[in-house]
Design a protein around this ligand. Sequence first.
Ligand code: ZN
Length: 125
Amino acid sequence: MMTEKQVLNQFRAALTLGAKQRAFAKMVPRLIDKAHELGFEVTLGDAYRDPRVFGPIGERKGYGESRSAHKQRLAVDLNLFRDGKYLTETEDHRPLGEWWESQGGTWGGRFSDGNHYSVAHEGIA
Ligand SMILES: [Zn+2]
């Protein structure tokens, strides 16, 4: 018997890149709403990383990773604040990251990138 999350993940795995990009764009406002519900304020960091600037998948140019969901339009970095203080630790993101995972997303806190929220595609998160 598969869990609801496994079913969701199986469904997402079957989606094309374009369908995942559109699903991700619907998930991001809910992520930001959830951050506010948890008592954070948010500013936006990187979303799409243009291959003309950062190289195609597998190439590293600038500060970005070579294999990054940002290059697939499937990731956003969120900066969290509480009481006006910028929260820099991965642990600060844990409640939001774990909620994102419950929605079928991938949280960068699992690979030392706490402010990174993505949907995995073809092994890239
Ligand atoms: Zn990121």
